[in-house]
Design a protein around this ligand. Structure first.
Ligand code: GAR
Length: 216
């Protein structure tokens, strides 16, 4: 078993854990976290929301909640590497304990992961290792699986390949469209995200190779 990776565990503390949430779209997972954080017993606060594009509902949700936002489109940078470094620096300015990629449709690069690896998690609308990428529900439907679901994992350099923190199975119905399946998955995904992030920040967690353990 590999040694626990640096930054992969969080000690218990009285102060709420600082979350930075990264979004690219409607932000319903972000909203679920915002709603959970309204209860001090949850143990976390969203201190900033970052996005790779302006004008999205995810940013509007943050603004309505009075939370700092930042937008870094890839096209505003000379290279992907410069974008990744800027995303890392801007995120670091908010001193997160945990970064939550929640519908953020960009791969995080080496600079970002050098700083936040082991404490950046991502939610994906499929049961990993099946159907990685941006078309999880569509690929599951096309394949004809009868069960799909959602996966919360610790981000690594691959595409949805990181160590798995939590998964929830969701049935695929005969008459599903991509939209109906994705919506059913998202209901389960929001519950999984809120429950798991809460336990991670309240109980601490450790990443040991591909195994993620919450609590002591
Ligand atoms: C979620 O289902 C999330 O898993 C997915 O985008 C949706 C965002 O919804 N992410 C990916 O597919 C990344 N591979 P939201 O903006 O309403 O939270």
């Amino acid at each position: 078993m590999a040694e626990p990776s640096a930054g992969s565990s969080r000690e218990l503390s009285a102060a709420p854990a600082r979350l930075v949430v990264l979004v690219s779209g409607s932000g319903t997972n972000l909203q679920a976290l915002l709603d959970a954080c309204a209860d001090p017993a949850y143990g976390a606060e969203v201190v900033a929301v970052g996005a790779d594009r302006p004008g999205i509902e995810g940013l509007a949700r943050a603004e309505r909640a009075g939370i700092a936002t930042y937008v870094l489109p890839v096209k505003d940078f000379a290279s992907r590497e410069e974008w990744d470094a800027a995303l890392m620096e801007t995120t670091a300015g908010h001193a997160p304990d945990l970064v939550v990629s929640a519908g953020f449709m960009k791969l995080l690069g080496p600079s970002f992961l050098a700083r936040f690896g082991g404490r950046t998690i991502n939610t994906h609308p499929a049961l990993s290792p099946a159907f990685p990428g941006t078309r999880g529900p569509a690929d599951a439907l096309e394949y004809g699986v009868k069960v799909s679901g959602c996966t919360l994992f610790v981000v690594d350099e691959g595409v949805d390949t990181g160590a798995i923190v939590a998964q929830t199975a969701v049935p695929v119905e005969d008459d599903d469209t991509v939209e109906t399946l994705h919506e059913r998955i998202k209901v389960a995904e929001r519950a999984m995200l809120v429950d798991t992030v809460g336990r991670m920040v309240r109980e601490g967690f450790a990443v040991e190779g591909r195994r993620v353990r919450i609590g002591r």
